[in-house]
Design a protein around this ligand. Structure first.
Ligand code: WT7
Length: 645
C-alpha cells in the first residue's frame, strides 16, 4: 500500500524534547526498566512524600491488582495550582472564551485560580464534604467547573463530572450509582446561543436520587430557577461566608481522584475510577511529551469538561504543566463556521486539540470560513476521539495548518487516563489516519480471536500487555466487573475493545470498536443502553441497535424496533421514539435512523444476529452471509425491503 508520509518539520526537529533517534531509545528504556524510568518521571510532580515504589501490578486473575507509587503522598490540586505560585503566579492559568463572541473573555492567573479553588473548597467543607465523599458536578463550560473539580481534589473528595448534555434520568443514575449527596451545578448553561436548563434538570433528577442532600448552584446566566429551601444554595452567597485559604489535603498516591461514567457493551454505564498520583503523572507527562509543551504557551483543548479529554487535557495535564489553558463555552459552528479560527486568532492559540467530527462538520462548510482568519499563531494540531479519516486529516493539515503544523492523532480511552498511542511532533513522521506509535511505557499487542499474539505487520484486536500509571483502577462499586470487562477476553492483558492494524513501519491504525460500542461524534455509546431506553417505551416489545456510517458523526445510531401487538408503526411514533431516547439518555443518543421491524433476525437459541443488522444499516445488503441458521430466515427480506435512510 502506498501511503503518503509527512516528515518532521525542520522547526519541530530543532526544538524537540524527543528526536526521531531518541524515541526508540526512550520507549525501549521505559519497557526495559520501568521501575527506575517511572520513579524518575515521578520527579515532575510535587510530593508530600516522594515514592520509592513504582508500578506493582498483575493482570492475572489469581493475583489481580494495580498500583503505582503506592508509598507516595501528594495533593493533585496543589500540583496544578500552588506549586506554580512562586514561579508563575501572575501568568494566566485559565483563559475563558464565552459562548457569545461579543462578551469579554475572562482570565485567571495562577494566583487568582488559587484563591478561587481555596474558596470553593471551603464552601464544600462548610457543606460537610469530607475526604472520600463523592461530589457530582453537572456544569456548563465555565471557569467554575474547573474550580469545582480542583476544589474536590484539594480536599480529597472524589468528583464525578456528568456531561451537561445528559438528561435528568442519566444524571440521576450517576448520582445514585456513586451515592453522591452533593451536586454542583449552574442556573443554566449556554451553547451556541441556546440555554440549557441545568438546575431544572437537577431538580428533576433529584426525584430519583434519594442520596442527594445539597445542591450548590453557580449563577452563570442569571436565569430564573427554583431554589428548594434546605437543599439548594447559591455558590456566590456561600462563598462570602467562608475563609479564603484552605490547606491541601495530603493524599495517598492510590487514593481515588475521580469517577467518570462511560458506556460499555453491556449494562449501565460504568464508573471508571482514576487514582491521584498515577493519573496526574500520566496526564502531565503525556501533555508535555505529545504537545512538546513549554509553560505559558497558549493551548486550547476544545473538548467539554464532561468527557475524559476535558479532565486530562483542559484541567489536570495542562495545569500540572504550568500552562495557559483555554476553556471554550461555545460550539464550533456558532455564530458561524469561523468561530474556532476566530478564537484561535483572538487568543493567539499555538496548540489546538479537537475532534475529527468537528473538523468534518466545518470542512463541509467550505474553506472560506477558515481562510477569512489568520491562524498565524498555530504551531501544532491535535486530534482525538475517533479515527480521523485521511480526507479530514489533509484538510486540517493543509487548510487549517497551511502545511506548517504537524498533527498529533492521539489514541486513548476514558479507561487509559491519557494518551497511549500518538505521534511526538518532533520525533514521528506522520501518516494520515494513523495514531502512529506507542508512548513510553505503553506495550501494545495485537491478538487474534484466540488471543494469540500476532507479530509484524498484522491486524486484529488491540490489547495492552502491561500496566501504565494512568490506567483506571476499578469500576466504582464493582471491582469484579472491572476484571471481567477488561482482563478476561484475553487473559493476562488489558483489552481495549478496539480493532487495530500494524503496518510494516510498526505504525498502529485503529480500525474502530470490535464490541457493541459505537462512536458517535467521538462520544462512546453502548448499543445496549439505547436498546434499554427504547424498550422502556410502552409500545416497544424489542429493540436492536447498531452503528451505521455517518458523514459528520463518524458513526450514527441505527435502531430496529419491534412494536407490541396492535401498535401502529407510523411517522409520529418514529419521531416519538427518537425523542424518547433523547429524553432518557440525552441528545447524543438520539437514533439517526429508526426502522420498524416485525421481527429481528435470531438464531434458534434466540440470539440476535447483529452482523446482519449491521450490514443492513450499512446498506451492504449484498453480503449478508449465511442466514440459514436463523430461526426464521424470512425476516431478513422484510428488513432489507424496509431499510430506512
Ligand atoms: C474510544 C474511547 C480518547 C478520549 C475521548 C474518547 C476511540 C479515541 C481515537 C483515535 C481512533 C480513537 C477508540 C477508543 N478513539 N481516540 N485517535 N483514533 N480511535 O474516549 O469515550 O473513552 O472512547 O474512542 O475506539 O476505544 P472514550
Amino acid at each position: 500500500m502506498s501511503e503518503s508520509v509527512y516528515p518532521v518539520p525542520e522547526a519541530w526537529a530543532r526544538r524537540a524534547r524527543v528526536t526521531e533517534e531518541g524515541y526508540e531509545q526512550l520507549h525501549g528504556r521505559s519497557l526495559a526498566d520501568p521501575g527506575s524510568f517511572w520513579l524518575e518521571q515521578a520527579r515532575r510532580l510535587d510530593w508530600v512524600k516522594r515514592p520509592e515504589l513504582a508500578g506493582d501490578w498483575s493482570f492475572d486473575e489469581a493475583d489481580f491488582h494495580i498500583s503505582w507509587f503506592a508509598d507516595g503522598k501528594l495533593n493533585v490540586a496543589a500540583n496544578c495550582v500552588d506549586r506554580h505560585l512562586a514561579s508563575r503566579g501572575d501568568q494566566i492559568a485559565i483563559l475563558w472564551e464565552p459562548d457569545e463572541p461579543s462578551e469579554e473573555p475572562r482570565r485567571y492567573t495562577y494566583r487568582q485560580l488559587h484563591a478561587e479553588v481555596c474558596r470553593f473548597a471551603n464552601v464544600l467543607k462548610a457543606q460537610g464534604v469530607a475526604k472520600g465523599d463523592r461530589v457530582t458536578i453537572y456544569m456548563p463550560m465555565i471557569p467554575e467547573a474547573a474550580f469545582a473539580v480542583l476544589a474536590c481534589a484539594r480536599i480529597g473528595a472524589v468528583h464525578s463530572v456528568v456531561f451537561g448534555g445528559f438528561s435528568p434520568e442519566a444524571l440521576a443514575g450517576r448520582i445514585v450509582d456513586c451515592d453522591s449527596s452533593v451536586v454542583i451545578t449552574a442556573d443554566e448553561g449556554r451553547r451556541g446561543g441556546k440555554k440549557v436548563p441545568l438546575k431544572a434538570n437537577v431538580d428533576m433528577a433529584a426525584a430519583h436520587a434519594p442520596s442527594l442532600e445539597t445542591v450548590i448552584v453557580v449563577q452563570a446566566t442569571g436565569g430564573a430557577v427554583e431554589m428548594k429551601a434546605g437543599r439548594d444554595l447559591w455558590y456566590h452567597e456561600a462563598a462570602e461566608t467562608v475563609a479564603g485559604d484552605c490547606p491541601a489535603e495530603p493524599m495517598a498516591a492510590e487514593d481515588p481522584l475521580f469517577i467518570l461514567y462511560t458506556s460499555g457493551s453491556t449494562g449501565k454505564p460504568k464508573g471508571v475510577l482514576h487514582s491521584s498520583a498515577g493519573y496526574l503523572l500520566w496526564a502531565s507527562y503525556t501533555h508535555e511529551l505529545v504537545f512538546d509543551y513549554r509553560p505559558a504557551e497558549i493551548y486550547w483543548c476544545a473538548a467539554d469538561i464532561g468527557w475524559v479529554t476535558g479532565h486530562s487535557y483542559i484541567v489536570y495535564g495542562p495545569l500540572a504543566n504550568g500552562a495557559t489553558t483555554l476553556m471554550f463555552e461555545g460550539v464550533p459552528n456558532w455564530p458561524d463556521a469561523s468561530r474556532i479560527w476566530q478564537v484561535v486568532d483572538r487568543h493567539k492559540v499555538e496548540i489546538l486539540y479537537t475532534a475529527p467530527t468537528a473538523l468534518r462538520s466545518l470542512m463541509r462548510e467550505g474553506d472560506s470560513y477558515v481562510s477569512a482568519t489568520s491562524r498565524a499563531s498555530l504551531r501544532l494540531l491535535g486530534s482525538v476521539g475517533e479515527p480521523i479519516n485521511p480526507e479530514a486529516w489533509r484538510w486540517y493539515h493543509d487548510v487549517v495548518g497551511e502545511g506548517r503544523c504537524p498533527i498529533v492523532d492521539t489514541w486513548w480511552q476514558t479507561e487509559t487516563g491519557g494518551m497511549l498511542i500518538s505521534p511526538l511532533p518532533g520525533a514521528t513522521q506522520l501518516k494520515p489516519g494513523s495514531a502512529t506509535r506507542p508512548l513510553p511505557g505503553v506495550d501494545p499487542q495485537i491478538v487474534d480471536a484466540d488471543g494469540k499474539v500476532l507479530t509484524g505487520p498484522t491486524e486484529g484486536n488491540l490489547c495492552i500487555a502491561r500496566s501504565w500509571p494512568g490506567q483506571m483502577r476499578t469500576v466504582w462499586g464493582d471491582h469484579e466487573r472491572f476484571f471481567q470487562t477488561y482482563f478476561t477476553t484475553y487473559p493476562g492483558k488489558y483489552f481495549t475493545g478496539d480493532g487495530c492494524r500494524r503496518d510494516e513501519d510498526g505504525y498502529y491504525w485503529i480500525t474502530g470498536r470490535v464490541d457493541d460500542v459505537i462512536n458517535v461524534s467521538g462520544h462512546r455509546m453502548g448499543t445496549a443502553e439505547v436498546e434499554s431506553a427504547l424498550v422502556l417505551h410502552p409500545k416497544v416489545a424489542e429493540a436492536a441497535v447498531v452503528g451505521m456510517p455517518h458523514d459528520i458523526k463518524g458513526q450514527g445510531i441505527y435502531a430496529y424496533v419491534t412494536l407490541n401487538a396492535n401498535c401502529v408503526a407510523d411517522e409520529d411514533l418514529r419521531q416519538e421514539l427518537r425523542n424518547w431516547v433523547r429524553k432518557e439518555i440525552g441528545p447524543i443518543a438520539t437514533p439517526d435512523a429508526l426502522q420498524f421491524a416485525p421481527g429481528l433476525p435470531k438464531t434458534r437459541s434466540g440470539k440476535i444476529m447483529r452482523r446482519i443488522l449491521r450490514k443492513i444499516a450499512e446498506n451492504d445488503v449484498g453480503s449478508l452471509g449465511d442466514t440459514s441458521t436463523l430461526a426464521d430466515p424470512s425476516v431478513v427480506d422484510d428488513l432489507v425491503k424496509n431499510r430506512v435512510g
